[in-house]
Design a protein around this ligand. Structure first.
Ligand SMILES: [Zn+2]
Length: 236
């Protein structure tokens, strides 16, 4: 009688271990996926706008650095980082393109046509917020650091810009600027809270180096993603 019972209990022990392992794996998986789904429940939509693109390079430095490329790289990283939060992230462009149809002439008209399409995309997608990403430049080359701008009459735009800027200034070596009202076409013409984030200055030699590095782009993207998530958390 003893012999078969030992075998049985070994089998049961094995089965028990297997089922405990299975339950643990299931609960880890289940908790993981439910945390992703339940955090924001997929009801928040952000339209990220990598500034410029296509015919319009934005700032170009003597070293051949194109603003439009950095804007897109950062937008794609922000999307990646917001992925697990449940916030729906859309991009006005995911490649090097513009929205100016053939035949549209004139610098100003081309620029406005392009921007109007991006603003329209956010409206069509019923985005809650619009975040346009840029890199700054000045002739002197003395300025550096990130800046966030909002429409002076938009309380929620101001709040969004402040949440983003609060995270950006935590980055080591960053100037401690505050969010400011700004006069920009996209924030003046968006139907939802809109901000412009200038992530740094390509005219600053030191910052230009960092802006091209993925580790620095990741720091900027994490700050922007966190700022957006904090905004939705506060305005739920
Ligand atoms: Zn720009």
């Amino acid at each position: 009688m003893r012999w078969p019972m030992v075998i049985l209990s070994k089998k049961s022990a094995g089965l028990l271990i297997l089922s405990v392992m299975g339950m643990l794996m299931f609960s880890v998986f289940w908790q993981g996926s439910s945390a992703v789904v339940s955090h924001f429940g997929g009801q928040h939509v952000v339209m990220l706008d990598p500034g410029h693109g296509g015919y319009d390079p934005g700032t170009i430095t003597n070293q051949g650095v194109y603003e439009k490329e950095i804007n897109l790289q950062i937008a794609q990283k922000v999307r990646e980082m917001l992925g697990p939060s449940g916030i729906k992230v859309l991009l006005t462009r995911d490649e090097d393109i513009d929205y100016v149809p053939n035949g549209v002439k004139g610098k100003q008209t081309k620029k406005q046509t392009d921007l109007n399409r991006r603003i329209e995309m956010a409206k069509e997608a019923q985005a809650d917020v619009f975040v346009s990403l840029h890199v700054n430049a000045t002739a002197s080359g003395k300025q550096s650091g990130a800046e966030s701008f909002y429409h002076y009459r938009s309380e929620s735009g101001k709040s969004l810009a402040e949440f983003i800027q609060q995270e950006l200034i935590k980055i080591t070596g960053m100037n401690r600027r505050i969010a400011k009202p700004g006069d920009f076409y996209v924030i003046n013409n968006s139907s939802m809270p809109a901000v412009i984030v200038e992530v740094g200055y390509l005219s600053s030699p030191k910052e230009r180096q960092k802006l091209q590095q993925s580790w620095y782009q990741e720091q900027l993207s994490r700050a922007i993603a966190k700022g957006i998530a904090n905004y939705f958390e506060a305005h739920n």
